[in-house]
Design a protein around this ligand. Structure first.
Ligand SMILES: Cc1cc2nc3c(=O)[nH]c(=O)nc-3n(C[C@H](O)[C@H](O)[C@H](O)COP(=O)(O)OP(=O)(O)OC[C@H]3O[C@@H](n4cnc5c(N)ncnc54)[C@H](O)[C@@H]3O)c2cc1C
Length: 264
């Protein structure tokens, strides 16, 4: 529930942000704030005592290319990343999410660390074996802990963050962004809807990398010598009130087949 008295804090640095988090029980990092506001209004079991706006932290709001790597600040709005276009598969994936006005607000960190199960923006980053830079409060009198880790290593159905851990940025080799790719997205209604399935496919020297959101309870990815092997490795899709498991399985086969045709 949104309390009557809510503290709004705007730290200038990552170290200050985690110090503020440690000092306020029930504090939450805020980027676009769309999910926090919705959850806090709807659910009494989503307590918020303080909002820590991370958009003033320079390294969380920068987009840069250096030493052959693309770095994306976690607080960047989805639309800024899509407009930049340095990672075309990520641009295509982001453009499937919500509408332009909403994407101006949604951040990439919020998409990936948020509660909604789709997290479509994580698919290209998982395929790219992206690195994530984060900072977490130190224990006791220890200083905050900065570390860089492989996104794949801490993604198990969702991103496994420690209490108070703040994502600062994601980075990937530019060479990966140049590999042949294909993107497909199907919804039940029109373009502005959650996906029945979003499929990201990349062809690399050893075969294919495949990521899917919407068809399983969480984003999944796999690799295979051919597309069919990668699809099989993802496991069976889910069935729910929006589509049966059989429908989603058939849909993914059709989407994969047209994506493979595009890459042939
Ligand atoms: C209208 C609408 C349509 C949508 N459609 C889709 C869709 O089709 N596909 C899809 O995948 N998603 C969709 N979403 C979900 C959306 O992408 C995420 O909920 C959104 O990106 C949240 O971003 P935000 O910046 O507003 O997050 P916030 O509300 O600011 O934060 C969300 C959560 O993430 C945490 N957080 C934010 N940034 C960080 C960080 N850097 N480090 C650690 N924790 C952090 C916050 O503390 C909070 O718990 C939709 C959302 C809306 C509102």
């Amino acid at each position: 529930m949104m309390p009557n008295e809510l503290r709004y804090l705007r730290p200038d640095s990552a170290e200050e942000a985690v110090a503020v988090w440690s000092a306020h029980t029930g504090a939450r990092y805020l980027a676009g704030g769309t999910e926090i506001h919705t959850m806090a209004r709807r659910s009494a079991s989503y307590p918020v005592s303080a909002l820590i706006d991370i958009k003033r932290i320079a390294e969380a709001s920068a987009l840069s290319i250096a030493k052959g790597r693309l770095t994306l600040g976690a607080a960047l709005p989805l639309s800024a990343i899509a407009d930049d276009g340095a990672f075309p598969l990520l641009t295509a994936t982001i453009r499937g999410i919500a509408d332009r006005t909403t994407r101006n607000r949604l951040s990439i960190g919020g998409n990936i660390a948020g509660m909604l199960p789709y997290r479509e923006a994580i698919l290209p980053l998982l395929l790219a074996d992206a690195l994530c830079l984060s900072i977490a409060p130190g224990s006791g009198s220890e200083p905050p802990l900065r570390r860089e880790w492989r996104l794949r290593e801490r993604f198990d159905k969702r991103l496994l963050l420690d209490p108070g851990e703040l994502i600062l940025s994601f980075s990937l080799p530019l060479a990966f962004a140049a590999l042949p790719w294909s993107h497909r997205r199907r919804t039940r209604t029109g373009p502005v809807d959650y996906p029945l399935a979003t499929l990201c496919l990349v062809r690399e020297s050893g075969g294919f990398l495949l990521g899917v959101s919407g068809a399983h309870p969480y984003p999944v990815f796999a690799s295979g010598a051919d597309g069919a092997a990668a699809l099989k490795a993802l496991g069976a899709p889910k069935g729910d009130q929006r589509a049966t498991a059989e429908y989603r399985a058939a849909l993914m086969e059709t989407m994969l087949s047209s994506a493979l045709e595009e890459l042939s």
